[in-house]
Design a protein around this ligand. Sequence first.
Ligand SMILES: *Cc1c(COP(=O)(O)O)cnc(C)c1O
Length: 268
Amino acid sequence: MVITTFVEPGAPIGTVDPSYSLYPVLAAIHGSPMVRVDSNLDFGLPRDLAAQMNAASVKLLFIVNPHAPSGHLITPAALSQLARDFGGVLLIDEAYVDFVDPALGHDVVPLLAQHDNVLLLRSMSKGYSLAGLRFGYGLGAESLIKPLLWKTRDSYNVDAIAQRLATASLRHRPRAAETWTAVRVERTRLTLALRQLGFSVPDSQSNFVLASVPDGASAPELQRGLERDGVLIRYFAEPRLRHALRISIGTPAQNDRLLQLLSALLPA
Ligand SMILES: *Cc1c(COP(=O)(O)O)cnc(C)c1O
């Protein structure tokens, strides 16, 4: 809906590289080329991102925060600067925001009062374990929300059952928050244990970690080895990610099993 509302068919859409794999698919449906700017080595935003996007006439920029597939978190201050410098709609995809450590006090909502070009997207799919419900929502200035609601939206785009279930799940937020806490605890443990096995793992604020394999190991071989034992993780055959594995945080027992299998698969 955001693409249809704010981008002329065929006009360029921006993102950083690497990023969420669905954005290029959505751009292709719209006949739009994807303008990609490499993220920094730590998967943060390059300083001249807005300038590069403006130079390429990009009118819609997708940023996933926390970042996928690394879990890197961009600060509200950096996003505010980007919103100021970028001459189009800045879409901040917060699909994983529920997993951010609350001690960081991370909150992007106050930016919406300062910038009329920022949209926040949220989803029930990850934080509320309701991917099959197909329910998400957006937050933004009235000038951005109005055309989404009254120009682009299909008449009955969210069914009554989904609305009731989404409302109920928001009411049960404390129950979902127990899972977020459990994920954070295991995220810390898994990160440290993978580092001890020789992986390089940046701190993640999401429900997965991106682990670069130790020297001499092959990421796709490890992925296939785990798959043989029924443990499914992601390998992305892309230049920036070809030595890395994206591992979702499981239950303590699942994470133990993953660590056991990995240490057996690693070259001695
Ligand atoms: C899962 C995900 C979404 C939202 O998915 P839906 O199930 O369609 O709500 C959006 N962005 C990213 C980066 C995701 O990983």
